[in-house]
Design a protein around this ligand. Structure first.
Ligand code: HEM
Length: 422
């Protein structure tokens, strides 16, 4: 594959920094929410593989749209690093900036670099590797059954809230050792959603602080009474993380797991319920649930964009002068549908060479994709087994997407089915 940084030097004269580039596009608005792929196509046509964009409050950044370029950026930590304190825009960013909770530097594994990142990531990886996948599937099945029982008799349900979000949250909370009954998991789900989606009528910073308080309490409990859970394993790890470090990394872990997995479930259910290729699946089986899950990772990936990486020094990428401290947003959705890797226009391969779990040192930690697959697969299969005649309760065109530049997921997924007598 061509090295994008070198290929660039031979192209047209480099264009300006995002703060001064003409034609920078705001990544917001109804049109963007409904059909981001059209915006990515237009950006690619107008700007190439790296486009100037404006984040909330018209803060400039670069959106990396090309498959080769996203791979290059994520594979070169020495040039494009994770510590957001490098950002040259901090003087322009207000304290209550909506994207602050997950862009503002936190001393978690997400923002650490080099040997410190390896130390922190090693602890989380080992704690997750010890999760028994069969047990997790069993737990997810139980959670799914309980959630379905609650609405099966009514013949209708809004699956986003009642199922797709509720299931992975409960599964992850249970993995971390939080007794589901004793913890207000619904509050946690809501707070995580507020802090990630930053809706206008809610305070994302306050929501994030509430999440933090709940996790601090959990770590205190597990320090005094260890169990056989992810939190206890992290606390007992020989790397000797402090309680504060464990709190930070658990928040990262729960947020990193819950939101994308919930949207993966929802987007896969939408595909299964709206696409004729899957229509016979429930009763006769044409294309499988596994194929739907994989196709979503190519075409409707949950983490559609991720902020990001920050340039360590002045450099070039796809014809752009990137200045030290510039922010690069990783455009996973755009990269997965890059015409450079799909010259014949066919997207949705059987393989898993998509960038939905990112790439390089900071990619989704190794057991993450496996555990997410267990959770998502069990969620979708259990629902289809329990409600075999489930159909969408609205016209597919009436489904709306959430106003988030990070997450691709529906605001609601209303369905109907024959009521189940229990
Ligand atoms: C049980 C489910 C999951 C767990 C435990 C998990 C865990 C994690 C963790 C700990 C990180 C931080 C890695 C680091 O900075 O070193 C991460 C990052 C990430 N995860 Fe996952 N994850 C899960 C599900 C998913 C799913 C379903 C997706 C998308 C399909 C996803 C996509 C990502 C992406 C894009 C990143 C950012 C990587 C980067 O900065 O380059 N994850 N995940």
């Amino acid at each position: 594959m061509t090295d994008p940084a070198q290929a660039v030097e031979e192209q047209a004269p480099p264009r300006g920094c995002p703060a001064h580039a003409g034609g920078a596009i705001r990544l917001s608005g109804l049109e963007y929410q409904q059909t981001p792929s059209q915006l990515y196509r237009a950006l690619r046509t107008e700007h190439g593989a790296v486009a100037p964009i404006l984040l909330d409050g018209d803060i400039p950044a670069w959106l990396v749209l090309g498959y080769a370029e996203v791979s290059y950026v994520t594979g070169h930590d020495e040039l494009f690093a994770r510590d957001s304190r490098r950002w040259n825009q901090w003087p322009n960013i207000p304290a209550d900036w909506p994207l602050m909770p997950f862009v503002g530097y936190q001393p978690s594994l997400l923002f650490t670099e080099g040997p410190e990142h390896q130390r922190r990531a090693g602890v989380v990886t080992e704690a997750l590797e010890a999760v028994d996948q069969f047990e997790l599937a069993h737990t997810c099945r139980e959670i799914a059954e309980g959630l379905i029982d609650a609405f099966a008799g009514s013949g209708q349900a809004e699956l986003m809230e009642l199922y797709a979000h509720a299931l992975p949250m409960r599964a992850v909370v249970q993995l971390c050792g939080m007794p589901v009954g004793a913890t207000d998991t619904e509050d946690l789900v809501r707070d995580l959603r507020i802090s990630l989606d930053a809706p206008e009528d809610d305070d994302p910073v306050a929501a994030y602080l509430r999440v933090q308080a709940r996790i601090e309490q959990l770590v205190k409990e597990k320090r005094s009474t260890p169990g056989t859970d992810v939190t206890s394993r992290m606390l007992a790890h020989p790397a000797g993380l402090t309680d504060d470090e464990v709190v930070q990394d658990l928040i990262t872990l729960i947020a990193a797991a819950q939101q994308p997995t919930a949207n993966w479930i929802c987007n896969s259910l939408r595909l299964l319920l709206t696409d004729d290729r899957f229509a016979l699946n429930v009763s006769g089986g044409r294309l499988s649930v596994g194929q739907a899950l994989n196709e979503v990772l190519w075409l409707d990936t949950p983490t559609q964009n991720f902020i990001g990486r920050w340039a360590v020094r002045d450099t070039q990428l796809a014809g752009r002068h990137i200045k030290a401290g510039d922010c690069l947003v990783l455009g996973f959705a755009a990269a997965n549908t890059d015409p450079q890797i799909w010259p014949e226009g066919h997207v949705g391969a059987e393989n898993s060479a998509h960038l939905s779990f990112s790439n390089g040192e900071h990619r989704c930690l190794y057991p993450g994709p496996l555990l997410a697959d267990v959770i998502a697969r069990t969620a979708v299969e259990t629902l289809l087994e329990r409600l075999p005649d489930v159909v969408l309760a609205v016209d597919p065109h009436e489904l709306t997407w959430r106003p988030s530049i990070w997450m691709r997921g529906l605001t609601a997924l209303p369905v109907s089915f024959t009521p189940v007598v229990q």
